[in-house]
Ligand binder design. Sequence first.
Ligand SMILES: [Zn+2]
Ligand SMILES: [Zn+2]
Length: 82
Amino acid sequence: MSFIGTQQKCKACEKTVYPVELLSADGVPYHKSCFKCSHCKGTLKLGTYSSMEGVLYCKPRFEQLFKERGNLNKNFQSHKIA
Ligand SMILES: [Zn+2]
Ligand SMILES: [Zn+2]
């Protein structure tokens, strides 16, 4: 088993992620340095992040954004943020 030759691209910046800086969130590769909230730039942990179409948010921000709009529970896979 080897991952050599498998180039993973960071979902956030779309650059190659090397294993030493790889952070895998639900199978989606990110740079550790890219794994932060897009709003407050706070560092995220695997247990405390939320993502919407590849954009990362901290949980409080995410809930604030989407509960207010009533889109948190349904249709949020296809919901687009302008
Ligand atoms: Zn990145
Ligand atoms: Zn945040």
